[in-house]
Unconditional design. Structure first.
Length: 348
C-alpha cells in the first residue's frame, strides 16, 4: 500500500502500481466471480472484470428486462449467463449487486449457496450495517468484503473504456479464509478502480447515504431550485435563470474544479466573482451545516434505512416514485434545461 497525504492526514491507499492487473489476475485465477444483479452496478463491474481477463458469470432472473440487457451486452445463456440460483451455486465469489430492497428479498435464497470458503461481495454497506432491519447475516465461514466505486456503474464503464478509472473504497467485514484482503483488493483493481482507499461497512454506508441525500443529489437539487426561483420571481427568463443556475456550473465550472480544485477556480475567475464567492461561501456553510448534521444523525440512527426499506416494500412504490420524478421532470427549471441541452453546439 502507498502512503498519501490527504490535506495533512496520511492515509494508506492501493494503486495499480503496487497491485497491478497481473497480480489481481493471479490472485483470482481459480475463482468464479458470479455477479448477481444486472441493474445499476452489475453491468459496469461485470463487463470490466470480463474485459480484464477474469472468469465472470452473471446471475439474473430469466424473462426480465435485465436478462435481455445482459444478452445484448454479450453474456451467453448457459455459458456465462444463468438463473440467479445457478450462478450463485457456481460462483466462488458472489457479487451481491441487487438493490438494497432486492437483497433483502433474495437473501433467504442466496445464503443457501454460501458454502465454506466462498466470498460474499457488496458494493454498498447497507445490508450488513442495518442487519437488524435487513436480516442479512452471513455465515461465519465465508469472507464478507466490499468494493464501492465512487460513482455509478455507467461512469465506471465509461471511464474504463476511456482508459481511466473511478476511485473506490474497500472494506472487510469478515475474513474467514485469511485471503479476504487479497481477494477484495484484486476485485477492486479488476472492476476498474483508479485507486482504493480502506473503510469499513458502517462508514461506507453512512458517508454514502449522507452524500446521496446531501451534496451529490438532494442538496444540489434544493440549491438549484432555490436560486432558480429567486431569479424567476425577480423577472429573469427561464433560459437565463437555468443558464446561471445549472448550465454554467455543470458545463464550465465543475469540470475545471474536478481538474484543478476550487482554490484554483477562485484564483482564476473575475475579481468580482472572486470577491462574491469568498464573501458568501461561509454564509451558505453556516446555513446548511445544521441540515447536514441532522441528516448524518438520521443516517446513523437507522432512520434513513428504515424509511428506504418501508417505502421500497409498498406495492405502489413504483407508481409513487414515478409521480415524484414527474414533478421534477415537468418543473419549469428542468423543462428549460431540456431545451438548453438541445441548443448545445455539440448536439446541433
Amino acid at each position: 500500500m502507498a502512503t498519501i497525504n490527504f490535506g495533512g492526514v496520511l492515509e494508506q491507499v492501493v494503486t495499480r502500481e503496487e497491485f497491478p492487473m497481473e497480480k489481481a489476475r493471479e490472485v483470482l485465477k481459480n475463482e468464479v466471480i458470479a455477479v448477481i444483479g444486472y441493474g445499476v452496478q452489475g453491468p459496469g463491474q461485470a463487463l470490466n472484470l470480463k474485459d480484464n481477463g477474469f472468469n465472470v458469470i452473471v446471475g439474473q432472473r430469466k424473462n426480465s428486462k435485465t436478462w435481455d440487457k445482459a444478452v445484448a451486452d454479450g453474456w451467453v445463456p448457459g455459458e456465462t449467463l444463468f438463473d440467479i440460483e445457478e450462478a450463485a451455486q457456481k460462483g466462488t465469489i458472489i457479487q451481491f449487486l441487487l438493490s438494497d430492497a432486492g437483497q433483502i428479498t433474495l437473501w433467504p435464497t442466496l445464503k443457501q449457496h454460501l458454502t465454506p470458503g466462498k466470498a460474499l461481495y457488496f458494493s454498498h454497506g447497507f445490508g450488513i450495517t442495518y442487519k437488524d432491519q435487513t436480516g442479512i447475516i452471513p455465515p461465519a465461514d465465508v469472507d464478507v468484503i466490499l468494493v464501492a466505486p465512487k460513482g455509478s456503474g455507467t461512469s465506471l464503464r465509461r471511464l474504463f473504456l476511456a482508459g481511466q478509472g473511478l476511485n473506490s473504497s474497500f472494506a472487510i467485514f469478515q475474513d474467514a479464509t485469511g485471503r479476504a484482503k487479497e481477494r477484495v483488493v484484486a476485485l477492486g483493481i479488476g472492476v476498474g478502480s483508479g485507486y482504493l482507499f480502506e473503510t469499513d461497512f458502517k462508514k461506507e454506508v453512512y458517508s454514502d447515504l449522507t452524500g446521496e441525500r446531501g451534496s451529490l443529489m438532494g442538496c444540489i437539487q434544493g440549491i438549484f431550485a432555490a436560486q432558480y426561483e429567486t431569479l424567476r420571481k425577480n423577472g429573469h427568463s427561464p433560459s437565463e435563470a437555468f443558464n446561471e443556475t445549472v448550465e454554467e456550473l455543470t458545463q464550465s465550472l465543475m469540470p475545471l474544479v474536478a481538474e484543478n480544485g476550487m482554490d484554483w477556480m477562485y484564483a482564476n475567475c473575475s475579481t468580482t466573482a472572486q470577491r462574491g464567492a469568498l464573501d458568501w461561501w461561509k454564509k451558505f456553510k453556516t446555513a446548511t451545516q445544521p441540515v447536514f448534521d441532522e441528516l448524518y444523525a438520521s443516517v446513523a440512527a437507522g432512520k434513513e434505512a428504515a424509511r428506504s426499506i418501508a417505502s421500497n416494500s409498498t406495492p405502489d412504490y413504483r407508481e409513487k416514485l414515478n409521480e415524484e420524478l414527474k414533478e421534477l421532470r415537468e418543473s419549469e427549471m428542468w423543462q428549460a434545461g431540456a431545451a438548453v441541452r438541445k441548443l448545445r453546439p455539440n448536439n446541433a
